[in-house]
Ligand binder design. Structure first.
Ligand SMILES: CC(C)(COP(=O)(O)OP(=O)(O)OC[C@H]1O[C@@H](n2cnc3c(N)ncnc32)[C@H](O)[C@@H]1OP(=O)(O)O)[C@@H](O)C(=O)NCCC(=O)NCCS
Length: 155
C-alpha cells in the first residue's frame, strides 16, 4: 500500500478537459482507441470531479445520470499517484453528490477477467473494495472476445 496523500477534490470544469485527456493518455493499456477518442469527445458534457495536487490534475471521475440511476463514464488516477487513496476520494465525492440528489444506484462497466487485459484485475479490486457488486456480463459489440462486467452499488 502506498502512502495516502492529501489532494483537493473539486467539481470538474470545462477548462479541465485538456488536462484530463492528457492524463488519460498516460494510461493507454486502460484507454485504447476508440475509448480514448470517445472520452475526448464527451468529457466536456459530463459531470465529474477532479483531484488536484500541486496545481495539477492527478485524478478524475466523470459520470452521467439516467433517470434515477447514475453511471460512471470514466475515471483514472495518474500512474505515479495510484494507490494513494485518490480514487476512493473521487468515488466518495461523486456518491455524496448523487445521494444528495436522491440517486439510489450507480453502475459502472469494466472488463471481466481476460488475459488480454490482465491489468483490469486492479480496477475490479478497486471497485469491489468500494462496494461495487457484480451485476451482469455482456460481450463487447465491437469485439466479441471481450467481456464487459457491469458493477452496481446501491447508495
Ligand atoms: C482504478 C483506479 C482509478 C483506482 O484509483 P487509486 O487512487 O489507485 O485507488 P485507491 O488508492 O483509492 O484505492 C482504494 C482501495 O482500492 C483497492 N485497490 C486499489 N488499487 C488496487 C490494486 N492495484 N490492487 C489491489 N487493490 C487495489 C485497495 O483496497 C485500496 O485501498 P488500500 O490501498 O487502502 O488497500 C486507478 O488505479 C486507475 O486509474 N487505474 C487505471 C484506470 C482505470 O482502471 N480506470 C477505471 C476504469 S474506467
Amino acid at each position: 500500500m502506498a502512502t495516502k496523500i492529501s489532494v483537493k477534490i473539486r467539481k470538474k470544469r470545462d477548462v479541465d478537459s485538456a488536462e484530463i485527456v492528457k492524463l488519460v493518455n498516460l494510461l493507454p493499456e486502460y484507454f485504447p482507441e476508440p475509448n480514448l477518442g470517445a472520452i475526448e469527445t464527451n468529457i466536456d458534457s459530463l459531470r465529474g470531479f477532479v483531484a488536484i495536487f500541486d496545481n495539477e490534475i492527478v485524478g478524475f471521475i466523470s459520470f452521467l445520470i439516467k433517470s434515477n440511476n447514475a453511471e460512471i463514464y470514466a475515471m483514472a488516477v495518474h500512474p505515479s499517484f495510484q494507490r494513494c487513496g485518490i480514487g476512493q476520494r473521487l468515488i466518495e465525492a461523486m456518491e455524496e453528490t448523487l445521494r444528495s440528489q436522491g440517486i439510489k444506484r450507480v453502475q459502472v462497466n469494466t472488463l471481466a477477467e481476460t488475459p488480454k487485459f490482465a491489468n483490469f484485475q486492479k480496477t475490479r479490486k478497486f471497485y469491489a473494495k468500494l462496494g461495487y457488486k457484480e451485476k451482469a456480463y455482456f460481450k463487447d459489440t465491437a469485439d466479441s472476445s471481450i467481456e464487459i462486467l457491469v458493477l452496481e452499488k446501491t447508495l
